[in-house]
Design a binder for this molecule. Structure first.
Ligand code: TIU
Length: 222
């Protein structure tokens, strides 16, 4: 039975609930807490927290329905062999990727700052994709995980809207996935960039995908 979710630029259709996954992009301490990578880049990290309650609600609902949940984490191996020098030096920051900061080594996998924030902590069995880039398809096993579970529809959330969320959604769209961005479950350090991203994604008849508010999805799932 087709499930219709009110969205822009028109209804988002789920053929059934067995091919959909919730994707939670980079909700890690690095981007949401002082002393991490986001702060090292010069950002006010506090505004990203606003989406946590909505994201938690989505997480609870997907867990109740036993639907797949995929978390991504942006981070690098401890020897930085998967981090191009261009990325290390970009921004001319005092604290660079791999340097020791208040939350451990900046943007290095397994460091305290690299962990998902406690409110959204993954449960055993939920998929975690460590990614070296902004997009979650580059140099990861995400494509394998999606095809293993026959997932065709991706619900996007997380941070930041115009960087890792948008990059991943564009990558997914090119690979044939039907993508829905949850407007109140994604956030940016720059409100105007978040708004522009939402509008460009759904422009031209949904050139990259659809956008909607969480309640529109939750109402049909609950
Ligand atoms: N800087 C910024 O806005 N974002 C990132 O570096 N990574 C993610 O978006 N996760």
């Amino acid at each position: 039975m087709m499930i219709n979710i009110p969205a822009q630029p028109y209804n988002y259709e789920l053929p059934n609930l067995s091919n959909v996954a919730l994707v939670i992009i980079d909700m890690q301490r690095d981007f949401l807490e002082p002393g991490g990578f986001g702060a090292a880049l010069g950002n006010d990290v506090s505004r990203l927290r606003s989406i946590v309650p909505v994201l938690k609600q989505l997480l609870i609902t997907f867990r109740q329905l036993n639907l797949p949940i995929i978390y991504t984490i942006e981070g690098h191996k401890s020897d930085l062999s998967d981090c191009p020098p261009s990325k290390i030096h970009r921004g001319n920051c005092q604290l660079k990727i791999g340097d020791i900061g208040p939350l451990g080594r900046i943007l290095v996998l397994g460091e305290p700052g690299n962990a998902i924030i406690p409110e959204l902590e993954p449960l055993p069995g939920e998929i975690i994709i460590n990614k070296p880039g902004k997009g979650a398809f580059y140099n990861t096993d995400l494509p394998d995980k999606l095809s293993e579970q026959k997932i065709t529809h991706l619900i996007f959330t997380g941070v930041t809207t115009e960087v890792c969320v948008q990059t991943t959604m564009r990558e997914a769209n090119d690979r044939g996935f039907e993508c829905l961005l949850i407007e109140d479950a994604t956030e940016s350090y720059f409100p105007e960039f978040k708004q522009a991203t939402i509008e460009m994604i759904r422009s031209q008849g949904g050139i990259v995908g659809w956008t909607t508010k969480a309640e529109n999805l939750l109402q049909v799932l609950q």
